[in-house]
Ligand binder design. Structure first.
Ligand SMILES: Cc1cc2nc3c(=O)[nH]c(=O)nc-3n(C[C@H](O)[C@H](O)[C@H](O)COP(=O)(O)OP(=O)(O)OC[C@H]3O[C@@H](n4cnc5c(N)ncnc54)[C@H](O)[C@@H]3O)c2cc1C
Length: 380
């Protein structure tokens, strides 16, 4: 099972193009599942102008201001110049304090935490609104089924994939190329593309020049913790719950995946994801799965008062220290070059898809770009 609650937007042209190339477009399912927000103890669908009008937190004027900002961002072809403003300063001014406090501020706090949310630049929000669609797509059998299809095709073309083989050192070799150190020994490569976090590349490639390493280690990012529960009952009627931290939920989002994709695809289970973006020193990274479940369980009755822990058939816990780059003001100046100063060593990471929020679509786009660079088809 793939741990992330991945979906695609209908605008994800690079990902959908790759799937087409693999001859698997008929396995992509697009639906319009319902996203809800929390307001005064209740959940309200909030994914269309009609829903904004019936949202009790908004007056008609709030709806107009909220909608006008959305329309402006959708129409603006390139919003990178907005990176000189913070979303926290700009949005209340133009959208009104209420729209900001009820919708965008909780999202920013949830995603970037108290430490960073005030500093997130507006271009990031522009990119998010510009590129996202209410129709969401997923792959029949889950994201893992797509990854397996892709891996098989890559192997058929002669590539070898070594799973569970972390590279601990990348050293320039005397005659050109690189020596890679892994738990199974050393290997050589003419060129090397790192898809790790920038911080990790700085550690495993110590011979990179100091200025580039400083650029890598100066970038901010957050980790993610996701608990997946398989239930034998349906928990809610909706797909995606955006949860404000101040309402006391122990995670940022609750996603009932099987309100999007039928549970028949998952052996009849109801799948729930409880996810959060956190700093890597947060206690959720240390707690055992059982201890974390105890933290999460009481909140599940807030989604369905009948919830009982006997509904839980199985749980999985996934954690990663590098999950969400943090785009600060004028971030475009801080993005490290894909071609590192060590000739033949490239970095292609989530931190470089800016202004777009990280997503598998942009990983495909960046992957193709770096491959062209390594093959000399695009200037490095
Ligand atoms: C909770 C969560 C939900 C998300 N939801 C969505 C979504 O709904 N839709 C969407 O499109 N995107 C989503 N994303 C974003 C998406 O997962 C990323 O944008 C995408 O995975 C980035 O691809 P990547 O190849 O850059 O990095 P990764 O997918 O992280 O791949 C990096 C790879 O490098 C490997 N690696 C790391 N260190 C080493 C090493 N030392 N040696 C060798 N290999 C190493 C890792 O094992 C990994 O396989 C989500 C992310 C998170 C965290």
């Amino acid at each position: 099972m793939c741990w992330k609650y991945h979906h695609w937007f209908s605008s994800d042209a690079d990902m959908l193009g790759l799937i087409k190339e693999l001859g698997a477009s008929d396995r992509v399912i697009f639906e319009r599942p319902v996203t809800v927000v929390h307001y005064q103890g209740k959940f309200y669908p909030f994914d269309s102008p009609q829903r904004w009008l019936s949202f009790p937190g908004f007056s008609w004027l709030d709806v107009v201001r909220f909608g006008a900002i959305g329309a402006y961002f959708k129409a603006l072809p390139n919003g990178v110049q907005l990176e000189r403003y913070t979303a926290d300063a700009w949005l209340p001014r133009w959208m009104g304090q209420k729209g900001y406090d009820l919708i965008w501020r909780p999202m920013l706090v949830g995603k970037f935490g108290e430490r960073y949310y005030r500093d997130i630049n507006l271009a990031w929000l522009w990119a998010r609104i510009k590129s996202r669609t209410p129709r969401l797509g997923t792959f029949q059998g889950g994201f893992q089924a797509f990854l397996e299809l892709l891996a098989d095709r890559v192997r058929q073309q002669g590539a070898a994939i070594h799973l569970n083989t972390p590279v601990s050192e990348v050293t320039p070799a005397a005659g050109g190329g690189f020596t890679l150190t892994t738990p199974s020994g050393t290997t050589t490569a003419d060129q090397c593309i790192a898809s790790t976090s920038p911080r990790l590349l700085a550690r495993i490639a110590p011979q990179l020049p100091e200025a580039y390493k400083t650029q890598l280690t100066s970038l901010k990012s957050l980790g993610a913790v996701v608990m997946v529960l398989a239930l034998d009952h349906r928990l809610t009627d909706y797909y995606w719950f955006n949860l404000p931290k101040e309402a006391g939920f122990p995670f940022l989002a609750l996603v009932e995946h099987t309100n999007f994709m039928a549970r028949e695809h998952y052996g009849g289970d109801h799948l729930i994801y409880c996810g959060d973006y956190l700093e890597p020193d947060h206690e959720y990274f240390q707690l055992s799965k059982e201890a974390l479940l105890e933290r999460f369980l009481p909140s599940l009755s807030r989604f369905n008062p009948s919830f009982d822990r006997s509904w839980i058939k199985q749980t999985w816990l996934w954690r990663t220290e590098y999950a969400q780059p943090v785009p600060l003001v004028n971030h475009s100046r801080n993005i490290p070059a894909i071609a590192t100063p060590l000739r033949g060593l490239y970095l292609a990471s989530m931190s470089q898809v800016y202004p777009w929020d990280r997503g598998t679509n942009y990983a495909v786009q960046l992957g193709r770009k770096v491959a062209r660079m390594a093959m000399g088809e695009e200037a490095a």
